[in-house]
Design a protein around this ligand. Structure first.
Ligand code: NCD
Length: 301
């Protein structure tokens, strides 16, 4: 297995299977491996805000016997104002102090700069708008919990921007299986970036729609297995006005269609949907702990 994970494609299907086998132990991971990371230090370098990803990586590392140091804001380091220390210099230093580094950046180039001088194992916790490999692992694991190990033939409706790192990594991850269908509802004119289109493991059926109603005019909502959403792109103000309408959901989709979201949500996913029998997003957040624990164990022990 590679020791630098910045794309979901840095993990083979075999790696993924090994990680998921451990993750399936769920809470028992922490009793079985509670000393596995004794003496190890995680560098937790979050240069962009994070709730779930940051805290699940940290909590997991501690529960496996390790400790962590780090930042949750670029301005708490010398790479923020006023010195703007280059990230490759930061990487040289943090590599001296830690056994493994988890890093989130607001710009994918920052992750690349850091990686150029990072000499210890590395896991991206989200790089700009490029990729978020451990969210995709969490999403794929959650799908397997529901649909079984073989995700081939899954029919997924994505409501989000095909420029969001969660969506890029999910689509790359799904393409490790055969005959996946992806329909994406997004602002007109936007398509997956070329690095996604060029790195799919198997060809995917992908079509684009401007709204849920246009999608439903062209496709039978009953065929959809998963509705995958991400937050409105508020950080860049790219998109507004998409909301999963409760009535439309109950009328047009399977009764227990699975609804996934990496969270945090904004207006697109009203709280009313939480009682829908297929709402999986809090389970996703919980699975994030098991998947990240399994990833640490696979990389460090
Ligand atoms: C991410 C966030 O909001 O930053 N959420 C998550 O990791 N669970 C999603 C993202 O990376 O955009």
């Amino acid at each position: 297995m590679k020791d630098k994970i910045s794309s979901i494609n840095d993990l083979t299907l075999e790696d993924t299977k090994r990680i998921f086998k451990i993750a399936t132990l769920k809470e028992n991971i922490f009793s079985k491996f509670n000393e596995a990371l004794n003496g190890k230090i995680l560098g937790s370098i979050f240069l962009q805000p994070s709730t779930r990803t940051q805290l699940s990586f940290q909590s997991t590392f501690v529960r496996l016997g390790g400790t962590y140091i780090g930042f949750s804001d670029i301005n708490h380091s010398r790479s923020g104002a006023p010195y703007y220390e280059p990230l490759d210099d930061m990487a040289k230093i943090v590599s001296l102090y830690c056994d493994i580094i988890v890093m989130r950046t607001i710009n994918a180039q920052y992750t690349k700069d850091f990686l150029s001088e990072c000499s210890v194992p590395f896991i991206s916790a989200g790089s700009g708008n490029a990729e978020h490999p451990t969210q995709a692992l969490t999403d794929l694991f959650t799908m397997q919990q529901v649909f079984g190990e073989d995700l081939s033939y899954l029919d997924v409706l994505i409501i989000g921007t095909p420029r969001q790192r969660t969506i890029n990594s999910l689509v790359l991850g799904l393409s490790k299986w055969n005959e996946i269908k992806v329909h994406i509802i997004c602002q007109p004119g936007i398509q997956f970036p070329s690095f996604v289109q060029e790195n799919l493991s198997h060809p995917l059926y992908i079509d684009y729609f401007e709204s849920v109603s246009t999608f439903l005019k062209h496709y039978d909502g009953q065929k959809i297995d998963v509705i995958y959403m991400d937050k409105l792109f508020s950080e860049t103000n790219l998109y507004e006005g998409i909301e999963l309408d409760e009535e439309c959901l109950y009328q047009n989709f399977k009764k227990n269609v699975k609804i996934m979201h990496p969270l945090p949500r904004t207006k697109e996913l009203p709280k009313r949907i939480d009682k829908h029998p297929g709402a999986l997003y809090f389970m996703q957040a919980q699975n994030g702990i098991y998947v990240r624990a399994a990833l640490f164990l696979s990389m460090l022990s």
